[in-house]
Ligand binder design. Structure first.
Ligand code: SAH
Length: 416
């Protein structure tokens, strides 16, 4: 008994020393410059190449590294990709092991947060940086999961992530939607496919008492825009008995909500024929095909010409795609927002409503509101704010992490 206890201590002791030795010998450290932005100390997980003083050890892309401030203090642990402009993304501020158990724990924490905040059936389960898992997106559609690993350092952990999802949820299917251009900045290929046994990727989800087909394989992004799930309910009162126009409808979600909430007629438009086909199927799925109609047209063109023709609606809804991802094009994006909102407002009957969104994360909420104000001015309309919101709370916002606060959703009453 004593002997085996002694042996145990010896083994533990030796094991620790061996690990310690390896740790010191192969330790890969990143030392930051003395003068770096306060950003990192304040909790931002990105470290740009030009913030790094030196890197020690034989670093390979995707390795886990320890990061130290200029004064030698430990800043955190994360993954490195020397090829990327964002050289290190921190995963933790503690000296904890990054392994399969770490990802299981983090995904469990993300799930607990969703449960506590009321997002269980369909939700963004992991919202990258906001869930302390940079560049990882996981959308949960009831029993089905869609995964995006948008950086090399995160891509390496895909097996651990899939294992964690399997363990926590025993899902019916997991699908990879890494057909995203941003991966190329990390030296990764675009790809998509099953991460579980193959399954039928055309599923039906429930949202706000309605049903929607979601095409996990070929739908836009992860197949469905969960970020607007709460905002779709926000139109409930203003659409009663209304003639509604919805531009950038995608699979008709806002428009079908409008019909469900009592709109008299709904026209949804989108440039994508596929989206319009899905929107029509979704309307039929909910028995609202007599109220909703969808057309495949270019919204920029028709908003202009229909406004000129004097078409009028009680409610006009706009939910365009992001207009830019780069700072140089912000002005152009703002011009775009002003243009469509101005046309939209012109088509709103006196006392009707404009429901307008922007998911361009470089356009701040203030800038967006200013743009709407200018559009109202130029359209010679008076506006009153009904509500102003961000994305659903499963797409958590962290202050100081600008990218997480990206969706603007505004309803205004429009009068002459
Ligand atoms: N409102 C939708 C999401 C819209 S996403 C929802 O809540 O699910 C943006 C949509 O704009 C996409 O479906 C895209 O096909 C469409 N789109 C992009 N450019 C367009 C254009 N010029 N005219 C009309 N639709 C366009």
């Amino acid at each position: 008994m004593l002997l085996s206890f002694g042996f145990c201590v010896l083994r533990l002791g030796l094991g620790f020393k061996f690990w310690d030795f390896r740790f010191y010998l192969y330790r890969m450290n990143v030392y930051l410059k003395k003068r770096i932005a306060q950003r990192i100390a304040n909790g931002h997980p990105w470290i740009y190449g030009n913030e790094i003083e030196k890197i020690t050890g034989d670093v390979n892309a995707g390795d886990i590294v320890d990061v130290f401030y200029g004064d030698g203090a430990f800043a955190g642990r994360g993954y490195i990709n020397p090829q990327s402009q964002i050289t290190v993304r921190l995963l933790t501020r503690k000296k904890e092991d990054i392994n399969d158990a770490f990802f299981l724990r983090r995904i469990q924490e993300a799930w607990h947060y969703r449960q506590k905040t009321g997002y269980t059936e369909n939700c963004r389960l992991v919202f990258g940086e906001a869930d302390y898992m940079p560049a990882l997106i996981i959308d949960k559609f009831n029993d089905y999961f869609v995964v995006q690993t948008l950086s090399l350092g995160m891509d390496i952990w895909k097996p651990a992530i899939v294992k964690a999802i399997q363990k926590i949820f025993t899902p019916k299917g997991i699908y990879e939607r890494n057909d995203v251009p941003v991966r190329e900045l990390e030296g990764l290929q675009q790809q998509k496919g099953f991460l579980s046994e193959a399954f039928d990727t055309n599923i039906i989800i429930n949202e706000n008492g309605l049903k929607f087909y979601v095409d996990l394989k070929d739908g836009q992004k992860t197949g469905y825009f969960l970020d607007q799930q709460d905002n779709r309910r926000a139109i409930k009162h203003i659409v009663k008995g209304a003639d509604v126009l919805g531009a950038f409808t995608y699979t008709g979600t806002f428009e079908i909500h409008a019909a469900h909430y009592g709109a008299k007629s709904v026209l949804g438009i989108d440039i994508s024929e596929n989206a319009v086909t899905q929107a029509n199927r979704n309307a039929a799925l909910n028995g609202l095909e007599n109220i909703c109609r969808f057309e495949a047209v270019n919204a920029f063109d028709v908003l202009k010409s229909w406004a000129k023709d004097g078409r009028q609606y009680d409610v006009v809804m706009l939910d365009p795609p992001a207009f830019t991802k780069s700072r140089e094009n912000i002005q152009k994006a703002l011009t775009g927002y002003k243009e469509i909102n101005l046309r939209g407002m012109k088509m709103v009957k006196n006392g009707g409503f404009l429901v307008t969104s922007s998911c361009t994360n470089l356009v701040s909420p203030e800038l967006f509101m200013q743009t709407i104000e200018t559009a109202a001015h130029d359209a010679k309309k008076k506006i009153r704010q009904v509500t102003f919101r961000a994305q659903a709370s499963d797409h958590t916002i962290i202050w100081g992490l600008e990218n997480t606060n990206y969706l603007k959703f505004l309803i205004v009453e429009v009068s002459a």
